[in-house]
Design a protein around this ligand. Structure first.
Ligand code: UGA
Ligand code: MN
Length: 251
């Protein structure tokens, strides 16, 4: 099966570093197609050029978050959901362009997480929806599905809102493409309560009973919800006397 990884991305000082880091991981994965969706009015030269020289099979889209849902500088970063419009645009592209006869799996790969190659071989043979632990998320060392004596998902071990129908981070699951094609209305929503994006899409395609636990019965961590510290840029702020900001160099 092919792996389609969907990555929302937005312009910021860290963007090229993050995209370089994950794209060079993705290069090592066989049968992989990257759907990268910029949160922007148009596709930017930075991302266009990075993709063109990446060596990856990819689709480059853009879908701008509507004004009322954009995070403002003064907003705490949990206040509004991120990636909603972008992930939906990617799902739309898959529904219009993916060959339904070819087996494939869809994974939501945020641009700032850290991915081990093992993760992709775990998810590749997903029949319905597979799930696995995620490290460094929810203010705990790791979150994971809790399995019952039949190795089915019974519950969630999570740092936050365990009552969610699927109390799992976006990085903790992959969906067989067929389920997304068979359920054309399955998508993300700005109206979902905080922390319910994952439950919104999963609830539309699967029940808890049909989840497939991966990563050695959910005892291994192959993905980390890392978040890179925003760099202080004194030169850009004009705080470094005598230093000229050279915007012709892409960083
Ligand atoms: C957590 C989850 O891991 C995300 O999958 C979820 O979308 C998010 O919360 C949420 O509540 O909406 P977190 O690390 O807080 O993630 O979110 P970010 O990594 O900042 O954003 C998720 C993705 O959306 C990233 O790929 C990021 O580049 C993208 N994004 C972020 C945009 O496209 N536009 C933005 O304005 C901000
Ligand atoms: Mn993140």
């Amino acid at each position: 099966p092919t792996i389609f990884a969907i990555t929302p991305t937005h312009t910021r000082p860290l963007q090229k570093a993050e995209l370089t880091r994950i794209s060079q991981t993705f290069l090592l994965i066989p049968n992989f197609h990257w759907i990268i969706v910029e949160d922007a009015e148009t596709r930017t030269p930075l991302v266009t050029n990075l993709l063109a020289q990446s060596g990856l099979s990819y689709t480059h889209l853009n879908a701008e978050t509507p004004k009322e849902w954009k995070l403002l500088l003064e907003d705490p970063q949990w206040k509004k959901p991120r990636g909603v419009k972008q992930r939906n645009a990617a799902l739309q592209w898959l529904r219009n362009h993916a060959d339904p006869r070819k087996p494939a799996v869809v994974f939501f790969a945020d641009d700032d997480n850290t991915y081990s190659l093992e993760l992709f071989e775990e998810m590749r043979n997903t029949k319905t929806v597979s799930v696995w632990p995620v490290g460094l998320v929810g203010n705990v060392r790791f979150e994971r599905p809790i399995l019952d004596e039949h190795d089915k998902v019974a519950n969630w071990s999570t740092g936050w809102r365990p009552e969610r129908p699927f109390a799992i981070d976006m990085a903790g699951f992959a969906i067989n493409l067929k389920l997304l094609l068979d359920n054309p209305d399955a998508e993300f929503s700005f109206d979902a309560p905080r922390g319910y994006q994952e439950s919104t899409i999963l609830g539309a395609v699967v029940t808890k009973e049909n989840l497939e636990p991966k990563a050695s019965k959910c005892t291994k961590v192959y993905v980390w919800h890392t978040r890179t510290e925003n760099p202080k840029l004194n030169d850009v702020k004009g705080k470094v006397p005598g230093m000229v900001v050279d915007w012709t160099v892409e960083v």
